[in-house]
Design a protein around this ligand. Sequence first.
Ligand code: EPZ
Length: 412
Amino acid sequence: MDKIVIHGGRRLEGEVQVSGAKNSALPLLFATLLAPGTHHVGNVPDLRDITTVEKLLTVLGARVVRENGAFTVDATPIQSVEAPYDLVKTMRASVLVLGPLLARLGHARVSLPGGCAIGARPIDLHLKGLEAMGAEISLDHGYVEARAERLKGATICLDIPTVGGTENLMMAATLAKGTTVLENAACEPEIVDLAEALIRMGARISGAGTDTVVIEGVEALNPLEIAVMPDRIEAGTFLIASAITRGDVLVRGAVSAHLEALISKLREAGAEISEEGGGLRVKGPNEIKSVDIKTRPHPGFPTDMQAQFMALMALGSGTSMIVENVFENRFMHVCELQRMGADIRIEGHTATVKGVKELLGAPVMATDLRALAGLAADNTTEVSRIYHLDRGYEHIEKKLKGLGADIERVKE
Ligand code: EPZ
């Protein structure tokens, strides 16, 4: 397996272009299952999860052509309604086929995803919502089987504003009979992107981006034509990479409205951030101030930026409290940061990070697909198990190299 070797301490400078958002591309590609015909989805990042979606759509019977980040999906001939274990186990988001298949074909069989590195991550809220819409759900040898002749509109109050649950139910409700109201819905930009795509397909949706989404079911939808929005988490990662190296980087494609919580915390930490040329410019501070964060559903501080922000706080001038509220077990990166000399103590959901003067290069593992390490360390950091990074970031080392990082991918 490949590893990444970083000779740290280089100041990042220049411009970097953000790729299409993985977490938007995934539901958009699954939304193609809702309508027969030929769909076009552009600006899709080249990531392993996207290859898994391609395989899954193909297994279901769709004809998929992928060329330079553009997907053409002919979803007319769906022959199977089963998302098999082999694919679901590599990508939890495969459960997003449930809503579209059930809505269009009245039947779906999806392997249960099981736990994952960042917690148990059940899908009970997806299933309860579909049941409220009239689906019969059963469990059969590790598979969820859902059936409904036609789903019916319902008012569903989600216990947690789950991102995937909101997406699944929103897609299912587009073809249901009657009106569905999703209360305590997730408000992430990816939800807005999906709702806009569904509206283009002929769905009737209002309120996406607020905690109440209303979907009036229609009889049928049309094929989709859309380009995926820029990845806010990749953008945020480059903002932090610039700050941590005291750099000066223009992150093209970064949308400030998607990144408000992070931008305000980076400013508190001393970074200068300005809107410029279709993106955001970040100038890193000479002294990184320690600030506290608590992860929350959007528009709160994103859990997907917690690990990177902790790396920044490891070099803060004081003490920072980092509280993880979204996932139960998303502190695996702490041990790796400690190996680089960070002073971090964990108690329950809170990490107390006392800033140190410098981080020391060390062999570490990427334990989270959002782990970012080594850029600021004094000497060589070797990051292994980088398949996690490769799941989240397109061409990460090439992009960082373009900004002046001394970084290379080597075969282990
Ligand atoms: C999405 O996961 C993202 N994935 C994650 O990004 C992201 O970390 C997460 O949202 C939170 O922002 C995709 O969009 C593909 P949730 P999702 O359902 O939809 C609990 C990355 O880095 N929950 O909002 O699976 C769950 O256990 C990835 O790209 C239930 O209890 O997240 C968790 O604690 C990692 N029951 C919380 O809700 C349910 O039925 C939030 O999960 C569903 C969720």
